[in-house]
Structure formats: C-alpha cells, structure tokens
Design a protein. Sequence first.
Length: 147
Amino acid sequence: MTRNIYMDCIPLKIMAHDEKDEKGDEKDEKGDEKHKEGKWQKDPLSGAIFGMILIVLGATYFGGPYLPGPWWAWFIAGLGVVSILDAVLHSLKPEWKRPVFGKVITGIILIVIGMGFIYEITDWWPYLLIALGAVMLVYYIRKSYSV
C-alpha cells in the first residue's frame, strides 16, 4: 500500500491556517482599536480636498481658452491654492488639527511655479525663494511667541 503524503499534510495545513486566523482576528481587533485611537482621526476634509482638486482640474480645463497661459499652469497654481486651503481648514477645527506647515510650503511652491508658466516668467525661482523665506519667517516668529 502506498500512502498519500499530501492527504496527511492537508489537515495540518488547515489547522495551522485556523490558528493563524484566530491570531489574525485578535490582531485585527487590536489594529482597529489603534486606528480608532490614532493620532489623527479620519476627517471628512480628505474627501472634500480630493473633490476640490477635481473641480480645479475641470474648471481649468474648460476655462483654458479664456485664461491667459496654458490651462495646466492654472491647474498647478490651483493645486497650490487647494493645498493652502487644506492647511487652513485643518488648523481651524481642533479635532482635525495636524501639522500644516508642509502643506503651506507645497502650496506656495505650486502657486509660484504655476504663475511663472502663466505669465511666462523665465526666472521664477527668485520669487519662490522670497515666498518660502517669508512663510518660514512668519511661521518661526509665530512659533517662538506661542511657546
């Protein structure tokens, strides 16, 4: 009689799989608790920000013939405005509060790049440095007074 080795292994694999599932369920429950108690709770702004990005994309594409410069440059600048608006909205409501300095910097960079393409400014990088320097100055002065 030959013995089928695979038939003997199947129950062991199933048992091992069941034990992993039980451990996995415990981990999932703990993970859900950690997620609920996370540093930042899920806020409805993330969906709203994505909606604003889609609106900016559609508006700049359809408004392109009526705007000076290429439509995509307006879209880049619009992304910068949305990024700054996201930072402002997150700083207003205490339960949605999170670090926003990076979003403001990203917004300024995108606005300056977009405006550089719109108004055909070939040397736009000095404006970017000035804008970033001004934001950093305001941020760190404000931070030093709040301590």
